[in-house]
Design a protein around this ligand. Structure first.
Ligand code: C2G
Length: 134
C-alpha cells in the first residue's frame, strides 16, 4: 500500500484543487491531506480563508480521492508527518517547486505537479467581488 501526502489551504474548494487531489491519489493507494489550520494560514501564510478549518476539513473529507484529513499547523511538521504516517510520496503543486526537496532525505519521493492554470481562490474572489487580496 503506497501512502501519499499533500498539504494545502483548500479554501473555496474548486476544480483546480480536485484536479490536484485526483493526481495525488494516482501516485499511490492511500491519500492523506494536511489542511492548513486558520492559525497557520494567518500566522504563516498571511491568508484569511473564507471557510474555517472545520468547514474546509469537511469539504476535503468528502472528496472521493481523500482517505484522511489531518491539520497542518507548522511548516516543520512535514518532516515528522512522513514518518508518523509512513509516507512513500509527498506531492504538491509546482508553485512550490524545489521547496520541499529536503523530504527526500527522509526517504520520501517528492513530486511537484503542474497547477490548473486558469483558476485560483484569489481569481474567484476578484471575479465575484473585485477584491485584490487573497
Ligand atoms: N492547486 C492547483 N491548481 C490550482 C490551485 C491550487 O493544482 N489552480 C493546488 C496547489 O498547487 C496545492 C493545492 O492545490 O498543491 C492546494 O492549494 P492551496 O490551497 O493554494 O495551498 P497552498 O496555499 O499552496 O498551501 O505547506 C504547503 C502549503 O500548505 C500549501
Amino acid at each position: 500500500m503506497k501512502r501519499v501526502i499533500t498539504y494545502g489551504t483548500f479554501d473555496l474548494l474548486h476544480y483546480g484543487h480536485i484536479n490536484m487531489l485526483k493526481r495525488c491519489k494516482e501516485q499511490g493507494d492511500y491519500l492523506i491531506v494536511a489542511v492548513s489550520t486558520d492559525e497557520f494560514n494567518w500566522n504563516m501564510k498571511q491568508k484569511k480563508s473564507y471557510f474555517t478549518y472545520e468547514q474546509r476539513k469537511t469539504l476535503v473529507e468528502a472528496i472521493r480521492y481523500v482517505d484522511l484529513v489531518i491539520p497542518e499547523e507548522t511548516w516543520e511538521q512535514k518532516k515528522t508527518d512522513v514518518h508518523e504516517y509512513h509516507i512513500d510520496t509527498f506531492v504538491i503543486g509546482d508553485d512550490w517547486e524545489g521547496k520541499f526537496d529536503f523530504l527526500k532525505d527522509e526517504g520520501v519521493e517528492v513530486v511537484y505537479l503542474p497547477r490548473t492554470p486558469e483558476i485560483s481562490t484569489t481569481q474567484i474572489k476578484q471575479d465575484l467581488y473585485g477584491e485584490e487580496k487573497d
